[in-house]
Write a protein that binds this ligand. Structure first.
Ligand code: NAP
Ligand code: ZN
Length: 355
């Protein structure tokens, strides 16, 4: 896992020198509000100015960022003559920062360069600062972008890791409970999908086993049974980063592939969309493996997991037409089917979708 990651209180100021070592003029990429509100943007700006550098802020990264947004950010960065990129926020600004860092290093290429397989993935230096507890993008090389021309989203083939990822759990304090729930369920999905995966290794399963144990410590917070304490924010961030390390080694599988059109068509947040398929994915797995994962994450059974999901996210029925469409999506992705540890035909897929 090539990204260098630190996690601690005051993480940004503690690693000011390392941030400054990457360049003199940074393109900072954020969403519309949260990075301003929780103080992370101001902290990065102070560190850069304090070290004699300068920055330009692109704060137009939308949730599930599109290819068009990346091109707009890259054009802005080029006009500002930036020499490094910093992404602050949830998975959306972090994934967008990865793709913009790629395009800024290839300024004469058009948008489709992002989708060119086996092409040069060199990029501007990249620093990532997560403020949600789900995607693990600070650890992975994956950048997931929305393709409006195809009506869905998916990972670009380039693998782009942060040079430096700075995790300060304090920035999670401003997150509403529903955001904690959605993103923690994303981390849970990363761990389940990494474990129930044909490419799982002792190393990836080590990250899952420990990550789930840490994840489960804040289950009461997610259930709404108690307020989150500092320790919970730390645990949620650790579990999310460990889950990221696990999928770094294995990739995600069926629930993620099924989720993308749900997010695109129904505007369902990413974590909620992947969580929709987790009970079904576990129900089809080797019962011993499923029992191991459920126990570590604090659930008694698949039914208990399904009830938890329904209680904290609300389960929406999806139409038969959409179910057929997402099943077709998966059946055309042979590389994803190859990662599933059990035989996956149309019938099994529909059982997973039904939950
Ligand atoms: P997100 O789309 O980055 O952010 C969701 C919302 O949370 C935004 O409205 C954002 O506001 C807000 N927010 C972020 N941090 C906050 C905080 N600390 N306090 C209050 N509000 C905050 O959500 P996400 O679930 O983290 O990321 C989802 C994206 O990541 C999807 O595109 C998904 O496909 C991708 N993903 C990537 C990987 C990977 O390995 N790279 C893995 C899984 C998922 P602002 O817009 O104002 O910032
Ligand atoms: Zn995910």
């Amino acid at each position: 896992m090539p990204a260098k990651i630190y996690q601690e209180k005051n993480c940004i100021e503690n690693h000011a020198e390392e941030i400054l070592s990457f360049g003199k003029r940074a393109l900072i990429m954020t969403g519309g509000h949260s990075a301003q509100m929780n103080g992370s943007l101001r902290k990065v700006q102070e560190v850069i100015v304090g070290g004699g550098g300068s920055f330009a802020v692109f704060h137009e990264v939308e949730e599930n960022p599109s290819v068009q947004t990346i091109m707009k950010a890259a054009a802005f960065g080029k006009s500002m003559k930036v020499d490094m990129v910093i992404g602050i926020g949830g998975g959306s600004p972090m994934d967008a920062a990865k793709a913009a860092a790629l395009m800024l290093a290839h300024p004469n290429k058009k948008w489709d360069y992002m989708y060119e397989k086996d092409a040069d993935s060199s990029r501007l230096p990249l620093v990532l600062i997560p403020t949600t507890c789900g995607t693990g993008s600070e650890a992975t090389g994956v950048s997931v972008l929305t393709r409006h021309d195809k009506g869905t989203k998916g990972a670009i083939p380039h693998r782009i890791y942060a040079d430096l990822s700075l995790i300060d759990p304090g920035y999670l304090k401003s997150a509403p409970l529903q955001l904690l729930r959605n993103t923690a369920i994303d981390a849970l999905a990363h761990m389940y999908e990494s474990y129930l995966n044909t490419t799982a290794t002792d190393y990836s399963r080590m990250c899952v086993d420990k990550g789930l144990e840490i994840w489960a410590k804040s289950l009461e917070v997610l259930r709404g049974e108690r307020e989150a304490a500092d320790e919970d924010f730390e645990n949620m961030m650790t579990a999310s980063a460990m889950a990221g390390m696990a999928i770094c080694l294995t990739g995600t599988t069926i629930p993620h592939t099924l989720s993308y059109r749900l997010t695109y068509n129904l505007h369902m947040p990413h974590g909620k969309a992947v969580g929709y398929f987790l009970p079904g994915y576990l129900a089809e797995a080797d019962p011993k493996d499923a029992a191991h994962l459920l126990k570590l994450s604090g659930f008694e059974s698949v039914k208990d997991l399904a009830e938890f999901y329904e209680a904290v996210c609300g389960r929406e029925e999806i139409s038969g037409e959409l179910a057929d469409q997402i099943a077709e999506d998966v059946l055309s992705r042979t590389e994803k089917i190859a990662l599933c540890p059990y035989t996956l035909d149309k019938e099994v897929l529909h059982r997973i979708i039904k939950g």
